[in-house]
Write a protein that binds this ligand. Structure first.
Ligand SMILES: Nc1ncnc2c1ncn2[C@@H]1O[C@H](COP(=O)(O)OP(=O)(O)O)[C@@H](O)[C@H]1O
Ligand SMILES: [Mg+2]
Ligand SMILES: [Zn+2]
Length: 531
């Protein structure tokens, strides 16, 4: 009884699962059945495959019963990229041993949608699929030709970029591969706006005058991966500072680069020049952005949102109290856990979202409420003001480690223009060194940065000194700090220590951490550089 097995990958969010496709062609009633939770799009695959096979000069088994079994059966399977594996499986199972060359399909994974003419079309998510295949020991993968470079980002994988079903079959049989017209690359990436990479090189930290404590806070945030809230009137420099933060982050390490590129592959938004992302991304969605574009989702295939596309980089939410309330609510989970889960019916998709989130807020909706009420041009109505303040002080703010208030423009304009200022490159060196210390300390664990260290692990393995801990406990007991807040201060104390290159947090590091958390003025010595 001729049976063939081919393999492909099903994606659940950013996680890929190996799917076995068993095709059985045997005597019996002429029918084709597909078993194993195929979705509607997948059921159409059968029709596409039938046409693609006949139009490629092969024969669909029209005189026998064809059973296509997808397993594991309980995994939901969606998408059009199953086509190639199904078509190859059907052909391999219907080989006539007396007449045809066999079609060996073992060890390979097949990814791609077929046109009715038998051409192989690009599909979103090739990189995470190939990463999943590699992690299951697969060493050969067949993908649509325009996506060969994307698949080849996975080390150690032999990638076959193909234009048609006929080419794939010839390659598997080891015979000469026929000509086929080139397939256009997917237009999906051009439909979605793609930002990042370029903006971040624009401004230098050295452009900013008169705000040393905000610069130090940004450095701590970058070093430990902490979220930060910047408040202050219009023109205070909130946007200018936020835009410069990606610049002080080190290059992505290979693991982050692959994770981030995989997310963008799922979003259908790979960098037009191809290759892996090397620099941390920067996304600054407008406050009109929908929850779907920000957090992920969408009709049909679930796409990662901007918070995931900013993974390992910076998501800047300017004027965040103006974002819709469902966005603000939905941001709580990713800010806390570093991932986004999108539920849909009985399915859910999880995407990584471990970037730094920088929130900015004006003091009022119009942004003109100044430090000095007498000079303020603010004409906001009190109810609007109260709604705004409620959002500003809501549950999101408790999930932010660092708060900094920037004074009005006249504040920084009085700064000393001639005082020596540090460049982005100089700050990046210290941030890189601090991150290396964290990487060593947390080697072999599931997190890399202080901001992501679990509370219990911190208390048990990297405690504060007894005096510092007693002080923190008092703050919590007397209601000046939440439990969550105390953990955040503990993490900050470690980042301050790492930046200074010391072995363990001292009591003065706790002073600085508390001030950063509360938005209080920094103790002066925090700003004196170690070296
Ligand atoms: N500390 C600063 N040093 C130098 N220029 C600044 C500073 N803060 C703001 N600016 C300049 O003022 C303008 C408005 O700043 P911006 O960052 O947009 O303020 P905000 O986002 O708080 O409204 C920008 O052109 C910026 O270059
Ligand atoms: Mg601004
Ligand atoms: Zn106002």
């Amino acid at each position: 009884m001729p049976v063939a097995t081919t393999r492909t990958i099903a994606l659940q969010g950013a996680i890929g699962h190996l799917i076995d496709i068993q095709v059985d062609v045997s005597p019996g009633m002429v029918t084709t059945i597909m078993v194993g939770r195929p979705d509607a799009a997948l059921s159409e695959a059968r029709d596409r495959c039938r046409m693609a096979i006949s139009n490629s000069g092969f024969q669909w088994p029209t005189t026998r019963r064809t059973t296509i079994l997808l397993s594991p059966a309980d995994l939901p399977k969606r998408g059009t990229h199953f086509d190639l594996a199904i078509a190859v499986g059907v052909l391999a199972a219907s080989v006539d041993r007396d007449r045809d060359l066999p079609i060996p399909t073992t060890d390979a994974v097949f990814i791609g949608e077929l046109t009715l003419e038998g051409q192989l079309r690009p599909v979103p998510g090739v990189l995470p699929m190939v990463m999943a295949a590699a992690s299951r020991g697969v060493r050969r993968v067949f993908v649509p030709e325009p996506q060969a470079a994307e698949a080849a980002l996975v080390p150690g994988m032999a990638v076959f970029g193909m234009r048609s079903l006929a080419q794939v079959v010839a390659e598997l049989r080891g015979v000469e591969v026929p000509e086929a017209p080139p397939v256009p690359a997917d237009s999906g990436s051009r439909l979605l706006s793609w930002r990042g990479q370029h903006r971040i090189e624009e401004g230098d930290m050295a452009d900013l005058v008169g705000i040393p404590d905000a610069l130090y806070a940004a450095e701590v945030a970058a070093a430990g991966g902490h979220h930060m809230l910047l408040t202050g009137p219009k023109g205070a420099g909130k946007t200018s500072l936020a835009e410069r933060i990606p610049g002080i982050l080190p290059d992505l390490d290979p693991e982050e680069a692959l994770e981030l590129t995989a997310i963008h592959s799922l979003a259908g938004a790979l960098p037009p020049e191809g290759g892996l992302f090397r620099r941390p991304p920067y996304f600054a969605p407008h406050h009109n952005a929908s929850a779907t574009s920000l957090l992920g989702g969408g009709t049909g295939r679930v796409r990662p949102g901007e918070i995931s596309r900013a993974h390992a980089g910076v998501l800047f939410l300017d004027e965040f109290p103006l974002f819709s309330i469902d966005v603000v609510e939905a941001l709580r989970q990713p800010l806390e856990s570093g991932e986004v889960t999108i539920a849909r019916g009985e399915e859910s998709a999880t995407f990584p979202a471990r970037g730094m989130v920088v929130l900015a807020a004006n003091p009022c909706p119009c942004g003109d409420a100044g430090d000095d009420a007498a000079l303020s041009h603010c004409n906001c109505e009190p109810p609007a003001m109260r709604r705004y303040q409620r959002k500003l002080r809501g549950p999101l703010a408790d999930r932010v480690d660092i708060e900094r208030r920037l004074s009005s423009a006249d504040g920084w304009q009085n700064g000393d223009e001639l005082a020596p200022r540090e460049t982005t490159a100089a700050v990046r060196e210290r941030v890189t060194a601090a991150r290396q210390r964290q990487a060593q300390r947390y080697a072999g664990l599931s997190w890399r940065l202080n901001a992501h260290a679990p509370a219990q692990a911190l208390r048990e393995s990297w405690p504060l000194g007894a005096d510092s801990q007693a002080r923190l406990d008092t703050e919590v007991r007397q209601g000046r700090l939440t439990r969550r807040g105390a953990t955040r201060v503990h993490r900050l104390a470690w980042t301050i220590t790492d930046l200074a290159g010391r072995a363990a947090p001292a009591d003065r590091d706790l002073d600085v951490a508390l001030a950063l958390r509360r938005g209080d003025p920094l103790p002066l010595r925090a700003l004196e550089r170690a070296g």
